[in-house]
Each structure stands twice: as structure tokens, then as C-alpha cells.
Design a protein around this ligand. Structure first.
Ligand SMILES: [Zn+2]
Length: 89
């Protein structure tokens, strides 16, 4: 299940990376390590790990996809604080 909040990229505000400067791999997030590295080495932006399919620092499962391999509804799931529901649904 794709995350609609980050449009499946796993990151928020990814548009702030200029594809002409950094290349399409970074901008469409096909190279996650490159994006993480970019975030680490730049300060003036709001790009961050999605706080819906992740927690702002890392992902619950696959970046850009909701964590569904285990029961996400359960009391111990990553969305338990939200009644077990992904925030973008
Ligand atoms: Zn997301």
C-alpha cells in the first residue's frame, strides 16, 4: 500500500532538491542513500523522512509504503497511537 502523504517516495518535500543540480536519481528517490546523504549535507530545506510511513528519522517498513507485513491495526503496531490507522488514510 503506497503512502499518499509522501507519494510513495518515503520523503516529504522532496521537490526542494533541484533535479538539474543533483540528478533525477536523487529527486525521484530511486537512490534512497543519496537522498539521506543529501539531507545530511544540506541545512536550508524541509526535506525529511516521511512521518507517515516512517517516523521522521527512519521507516516502519519499506520507504513509501505502509507497514503492512505485520498487523498494523494491532495495539503494538506503528500506528497504535492513531488507533492503528495510517495518517494519510
Ligand atoms: Zn510516506
Amino acid at each position: 500500500m503506497n503512502c499518499t502523504r509522501c507519494e510513495g517516495t518515503g520523503f516529504l518535500n522532496l521537490f526542494q532538491i533541484n533535479p538539474d543540480v543533483y540528478g533525477q536519481d536523487v529527486c525521484d528517490c530511486s537512490d534512497i542513500d543519496a537522498v539521506l546523504e543529501w539531507i545530511k549535507t544540506h541545512d536550508d530545506h524541509d526535506i525529511q523522512v516521511c512521518d507517515c510511513c516512517g517516523d521522521g528519522e527512519g521507516w516502519h517498513g519499506t520507504p513509501g509504503e505502509h507497514y503492512t507485513s505485520e498487523d498494523p491495526i494491532g495495539r503494538n503496531g506503528p500506528y497504535a497511537y492513531n488507533g492503528g490507522l495510517c495518517e494519510c488514510n
